[in-house]
Design a protein around this ligand. Structure first.
Ligand code: G4P
Length: 530
């Protein structure tokens, strides 16, 4: 290996790009804040939330976000600890946003699953977990809120193992929970982490012991010492040993008990991410998978966010770098169009005060301000072709006609709908017959967001009317087959915003019927960009 290649491999090896998945209220925000605090990225607790609130106050549509207690916007936070660079990608928490969330999870190499100790596995956790499993994303589990009364630790571990069909490997064990909580015992390092004795938010000292038999345990765990010894021994014998290959294959989850609020287990989680979580992996692409330590810069856009600043019609494309050493001012080629794009003002997402970074490597995320050129699913390359796969658009489950209250605003409406479609949150179809746009979404909440944003950001009053269609499929086939099909189904044909042919079906029965009649055509529920 050349010196440059070795340096590049070193940069890749020290990166961890991950997301936190959880059910609302399990403690994702609190844990994020503590990770940044322990990671030295912020200096006072509360900053993540405060920043979130400022952001929320900025635009009206985000009222929905507040009203529903969900996070629609997503962001990236980077921090560095003891030589490891952590890129934390925020996943939107609501089930309606599964499409957006899915794509965010395409950009991470591992995930942290936060579970509320009193509630166990909840619906949304499970759904997000399934997405991770689909993509073989390895998971570290953080069982949060041990400072509160919760389920029995064994019951929690068995619930994870049974409902998710995963082996569990506890890394630490709580000495009591809730009112009885006396601290955490690290099963591997044989260390005991005590509360600091007051009601302070920060945990107390960590003490090395020789093992569970150490008499210090009686002092440290107090009345919980007996139970801790008994349970920890049972746990060590009864659960899988930590096997890093099994974890990385997605068959086993290391489990950390802790309290994000009281700062228990957070440093352990960072240490586990550094020691166990995979560094950036090769990314699937055509013509060949891309090696993260490869020399040329490549990456893919997994998210676009419009109007982060409502004063400007700008948007930010979030590019996950897949290989190479990115430098500010570089030119990258957009695979879908062949266009060269100069990246002169990339945004690096360091949550701390530091000089703006000039370079980035595989696993890093950069924000690229642009005026709508970059789309979700775009592949960008320095030189040789590479089209990343697996970042699809999903067939919408709800289709609506858009009705404009003031017909003179049709131009603004089109701009607005195109903008939203570019974010990849909604889809836009132009029917072959008629002039009314049809908007497709995966979930109902997206429609509400769309209407609010049309008003707040584009001053366009519009509403939705039912459309006769329920779902849509992209059509793939020879030009002759497609023409024959289109001639017969003119009233149900549309184009997506790239001009790709789409069939809109009234219901699943019709879809099945038509699919059966035209076996030469593929009716695709997803579409990927070149
Ligand atoms: P989310 O992002 O997953 O939705 O959860 P968030 O961090 O907002 O936490 C949800 C609630 O749980 C918050 O309480 C938070 O303080 C609490 N919480 C988080 N981690 C812990 C923990 O380790 N122990 C305990 N006891 N509570 C925890 P809240 O009352 O809804 O909000 P707030 O008034 O505290 O801001």
């Amino acid at each position: 290996m050349t010196a440059t290649a070795t340096a590049m491999a070193g940069e890749v090896a020290r990166r961890r790009t991950f997301a936190i998945i959880s059910h609302p209220d399990a403690g994702k925000t609190t844990l994020t804040e503590k990770l940044l605090l322990v990671g030295g990225a912020i200096h006072a607790a509360g900053e993540v939330r405060a920043r979130g609130q400022n952001r929320r106050a900025r635009s009206d549509w985000m009222k929905i976000e507040q009203a529903r207690g969900i996070s629609v916007t997503s962001s990236v936070m980077t921090f560095e600890k003891e030589g490891t660079v952590f890129n934390l990608l925020d996943t939107p928490g609501h089930e309606d946003f599964s499409e957006d969330t899915y794509r965010t999870l395409t950009a991470v190499d591992s995930a942290v699953m936060v579970i509320d100790a009193a509630k166990g596995i909840e619906a949304q956790t499970r759904k997000l977990f399934e997405v991770c499993r689909l993509r073989d994303v390895p998971i570290i589990t953080f069982i949060n809120k041990v400072d509160r009364e919760g389920k029995d630790p064994f019951e929690l571990l068995d619930e994870i193992a049974d409902t998710l069909a995963l082996d569990v490997a506890p890394l630490n064990w709580p000495a009591g929970m809730g009112g009885e909580f006396r601290g955490l015992y690290d099963l591997k390092q044989r260390r005991f982490h005590s509360p600091d004795g007051s009601d302070s938010r920060l945990a107390g000292p960590v003490e090395q012991v020789s093992g569970l038999d150490d008499p210090r345990i009686d002092v440290l765990a107090g009345p919980m010492a007996g139970r801790l010894r008994e349970q920890a021994e049972l746990a060590e014998g009864g659960y899988a040993a930590l096997d890093i290959d099994q974890y990385r294959a997605g068959a086993l989850t290391p489990v950390i008990f802790g309290s994000a609020l009281k700062d228990f287990g957070v440093a352990d989680l960072i240490a586990a991410l550094a020691a166990l979580a995979p560094s950036p992996r090769p990314q699937p692409a055509v013509p060949a998978a891309v090696d993260p330590a490869g020399a040329q810069v490549t990456g893919f856009v997994f998210k676009v966010q419009a109007n982060m600043n409502p004063q400007h019609r700008d948007r930010i494309a979030f590019l996950r770098l897949a290989s190479g050493r990115f430098r500010r001012g570089m030119k990258l080629r957009q695979m879908a169009t062949g266009k060269q794009i100069a990246i002169n003002s990339p945004i690096f997402f360091f949550a701390q005060d530091r000089e703006i970074a000039e370079e980035a490597f595989a696993g890093d995320i950069i924000g690229i301000p642009n005026h709508g050129v970059l789309r979700v699913g775009d592949s960008l390359v320095e030189k040789d072709d590479a089209s990343f796969t697996g970042i699809p658009n999903f067939a919408p489950e709800i289709l609506r006609r858009v009705k404009l209250d003031d017909p003179t605003k049709s131009k603004q409406l089109k701009t607005a709908l195109t903008d939203m479609a570019e974010e990849g949150v909604t889809q836009l179809f132009k029917p072959a017959i008629g002039s009314q746009w049809i908007v497709g979404v995966v979930g109902q909440l997206q429609l509400e967001v769309l209407i609010s944003r049309l008003e707040a950001e584009y001053r366009v009053a519009a509403s939705f009317e039912p459309s006769p269609f329920e779902t849509a499929r992209w059509l793939i086939g020879t030009p002759a087959d497609l023409k024959a099909f289109a001639d017969e189904h003119r009233g149900a044909m549309a184009e997506d915003r790239d001009g790709a042919p789409v069939f809109m079906a009234r219901d699943s029965w019709e879809l099945n019927f038509v699919t059966g009649r035209f076996p030469a055509i593929r009716f695709s529920a997803t579409r990927e960009r070149a």
